[in-house]
Design a protein around this ligand. Structure first.
Ligand code: SAM
Length: 279
């Protein structure tokens, strides 16, 4: 009898009929917080993988693209990014990228302290980012945290949230963007993860429209994300002072994906998206 080695496989449905699967070597962690199920897998080809409620949040192999592209299109335009706020981002990836810039303080607000704890245990970058002296961590709902901040406090605000369901739903509402705008410096920049332009165009359109009514420069941009639905991801950039297609950007920091030409290219949109957003 041949003893075929059986393998574990992870699968994530992106629609009822399509999705992503990859082979798993072992489960490193499985737990449930007050907000979500948290799992860390050792995959055969993508390194360690963080899942929240069964959805891929990051893999060691491709997370750099998403985290660099959430952060650097904003921070690279700022010469003095004194104080930065990250909402969500409990895995520490965006925080690691922000700390590459000459910031004085980064406040990270995640509703789930367990994500922060588990990420520090299994992802080395998280441990060093969260222990950086410039980092302050708040385990709190981003909505209530923002409501409690003084006006014009932050030069950059980055929203790295889960999909707009459950506690993250409020992070995609116009009222939240109004509250963000009030604590952003007049020459500040907001970027947020804005879902898949292929599968979630309705969410992107709604978020884009909400921001258009609040900021002078609102621009969608995108990046390839092999393990997110549709294989590429959309972000939104909003600012009263900076036009990301024209403002000069710094490149005096380490990156594996981002560079000044990527900064320009990321804001070039395909026809279907321009039409859908009316740009
Ligand atoms: N890059 C991932 C994506 O695009 O889906 C997001 C990763 S990050 C781990 C998402 C974080 O958002 C989670 O840790 C979750 O706890 C946090 N989150 C969800 N709703 C939140 C809220 N209302 N306030 C603060 N953090 C929230």
């Amino acid at each position: 009898m041949n003893h075929q080695k059986t393998h574990l496989w992870f699968q994530e449905y992106h629609t009822p009929h399509t999705g992503l699967f990859f082979r798993v070597e072992k489960t490193l962690y499985c737990g449930k917080s007050d907000y979500q199920e948290i799992v860390v897998l050792e995959s055969t080809e993508f390194g360690r993988v963080l899942l929240l409620d069964g959805l891929v949040m990051l893999t060691e192999r491709d997370e750099f693209i998403y985290h660099e592209m959430l952060v650097h299109p904003a921070l690279s335009l700022l010469t003095h990014p004194d104080r930065v706020l990250i909402i969500g981002g409990g895995d520490g990836g965006a925080l690691r990228e922000v700390l590459k810039h000459p910031v004085r303080q980064v406040d990270l607000v995640d509703i789930d302290g367990e994500v922060i704890r588990v990420s520090q245990e299994f992802f080395p970058w998280a441990k060093s980012a969260f222990s950086d002296p410039r980092t302050s961590v708040f385990v709190e709902d981003g909505v209530s945290f923002v409501a409690g901040q003084k006006p014009k406090t932050y030069q950059a605000i980055l929203v790295d949230s889960t999909d707009p369901v459950g506690p993250a739903k409020a992070l995609f509402e116009k009222s939240f963007f109004e509250a963000i705008r009030s604590i952003l410096a007049p020459d500040g920049i907001l970027t947020l993860q804005s879902e898949s332009w292929f599968y979630h165009l309705n969410i992107l359109k709604r978020t884009y429209t909400a921001l258009k009514g609040l900021f002078t420069h609102v621009r969608p941009y995108w990046a390839p994300t092999p393990t997110y639905p549709g294989g590429s991801w959309c972000f939104l950039f909003a600012s009263d002072a900076y036009n990301p297609e024209k403002s000069p950007c710094r490149s005096n920091f380490q990156s594996r994906y981002f560079n000044p030409r990527i900064q320009r290219a990321a804001f070039v949109l395909p026809e279907f998206l321009k039409k859908a957003l009316g740009v």
